[in-house]
Design a protein around this ligand. Sequence first.
Ligand code: SAM
Ligand code: SF4
Ligand code: SF4
Length: 329
Amino acid sequence: MRPLRDLRISVTDRCNFRCTYCMPKEVFNADYKFLRREQLLNFEEIVRISKIFVGLGVRKIRLTGGEPLLRKDIPVLIRQLADISSIEDISLTTNGVLLTEKLAQELKEAGLKRITISLDTLDQDVFCRISDVRADVNQVLQAIGHAESAGLAPIKINAVVKKGVNESSILPMARYFHGSRKILRFIEFMDVGHTNHWKLDDVFPAADIVREIRKEFQIRPAEANYRGEVAKRWLYEDGGGEIGIISSVTQPFCRSCTRARLSAEGKLFTCLFATKGYDLRHLLREGADDKYIAAVIGSMWEKRDDRYSEIRTSETVLLPKVEMSYIGG
Ligand code: SAM
Ligand code: SF4
Ligand code: SF4
């Protein structure tokens, strides 16, 4: 059995971006039924469930969404999570636009260890085309600066690469972050959910990402930092730091997957591509005690045989799957 080590918690299914590969505007529009406030787990519930997960082996918690910084008082939640003993790492993934200097400091003081900021390109036109909102690349670059000043290191930068959209941004991004002590991670476009109309042809494969970077930089593969690390590490030969490549489509890594996901309304998913989640909120709100909830989660984890990325075919793409913004990326 793969150990249960990481818990990703989606704190909201809403977002201020409409990235075409995640929340395309034609679906996530005014008619879309986002979760209502009372459907979301409140902080008390998130902390309680996190403690139960820690009892089952979880050591790392990542807050995500949707856009987690849209949820009010996130530093308050982080402080409460940081107080749980045995938690080794609390991190957060954001598109950065709401990350002010003040908020970055507050997050750090509350106990946030690390932050991942998503940025797919430095080109303003491409950025607008992907995020499909009126935001400025410079806002994201400033957010990265605020995170750095607050000491939220090492900062990771997530860049999804979609063929025909932003592969020409790979080298400029590599150049920009080379030697900056930030870890740039390129992610293959994945078939999460259905609304992004994923096709294998739209995937820019990891091997091609490496080839692109090697046009200008010498890089060599490096050992993983720990079992279950999702990104394959590459080091610049000239000491310019490292980059990561997340190749869940062309080189899947299910065998070492130690991650559970909790949706914003408290459903437990044992795989990013799961078709159904288990309703833990119901247990929390109907008076089940911690021991019982732990037993339910433990037995779900024991039964887990998820390996979607290893068995991906043109047919699995059609399976009913939940959206990334709901399950938490
Ligand atoms: N809104 C935050 C952000 O964008 O950083 C957090 C949530 S987002 C779902 C988490 C990560 O998932 C982001 O780095 C995003 O680029 C990535 N992502 C979203 N849809 C994806 C897809 N179809 N394939 C690969 N990565 C995806
Ligand atoms: Fe929002 Fe993040 Fe999805 Fe983009 S990837 S739409 S920023 S949740
Ligand atoms: Fe883990 Fe599922 Fe992704 Fe495989 S497909 S790595 S089991 S989340």
